[in-house]
Ligand binder design. Structure first.
Ligand SMILES: C[S@@+](CC[C@H](N)C(=O)[O-])C[C@H]1O[C@@H](n2cnc3c(N)ncnc32)[C@H](O)[C@@H]1O
Length: 202
């Protein structure tokens, strides 16, 4: 589901970029178990900061960074620095129906994206499908305890609307991953609000 104007403002903001680059990126990097992640996929890349972080911090040769919103992909392409041009490809794509082949990537990244899906379980299946065996899935996601306050019609929905189909508890998220052969190997769980972690495909 595309972001509304308020959420776009929050996402396409230097403060968000700072947090992603200096807090989330390094924290997730420490949670991974592989030395290098040569080929990566990022879903819901937004303005493209995550793709730069993947190259800079995860020892990555190439990132395919995707988003459902053509406007965000155009913004990411415009902002792409010359030094990343050979390594990052931005393209429009729906994370619930990826066109990549099975077992392609060493890592898949979701920086706050899965809770925007109309069907989050479908997205997990797609991520698991395109991961290589032994590949890792890095995620940062708010849980139902937080996303639940943004349901359509609620007071908070003027700030953001999150689809019902994108709401999950930690246990539901963990079990869906497990059913798709991805086991969580490292996790930071901030009460019922959000999770940061890494899963590895069996
Ligand atoms: C909260 S933003 C996060 C953007 C970026 N990852 C970041 O951390 O700044 C969520 C992004 O997911 C994208 N998105 C929503 N539904 C999607 C879908 N079905 N497939 C791919 N991207 C999607 C939105 O367009 C938006 O750019």
């Amino acid at each position: 589901m595309k972001l509304n104007l308020v959420e776009k403002f929050i996402t396409n903001n230097p403060i968000r970029a700072f947090g992603q680059r200096y807090i989330e990126g390094p924290m997730l990097r420490k949670m991974g178990s592989l030395k290098k992640y040569p080929l990566c996929l990022e879903i819901g890349c937004g303005r493209g900061i995550g793709a730069e972080i993947i190259v800079e911090q995860f020892g990555t040769d190439r990132v395919i960074a995707t988003d459902i919103d053509p406007e965000q992909i155009e913004r990411a392409k415009r902002g792409l620095k010359t030094e990343f041009k050979d390594r990052i490809e931005f393209k429009v794509s729906d994370a619930m129906a990826l066109d990549e082949s099975d077992e392609t990537f060493d890592a898949v990244f979701s920086f706050g994206v899965i809770h925007h899906m109309e069907d989050w379980g479908k997205t997990i299946k797609e991520i698991a499908r395109v991961l290589k065996h032994g590949g890792e899935f890095f995620f940062e996601e708010p849980l139902r305890g937080f996303t639940g306050i943004f349901t359509k019609g609620s007071l908070f929905s003027v700030i953001a609307t999150h689809p019902e189909g994108g709401m999950f508890s930690f246990e539901e998220f963990r079990d869906e991953l497990k059913d798709n052969k991805v086991d969580i190997i490292n996790l930071k769980h901030f009460r019922k609000i959000c999770i940061f972690g890494v899963g590895r495909k069996r």
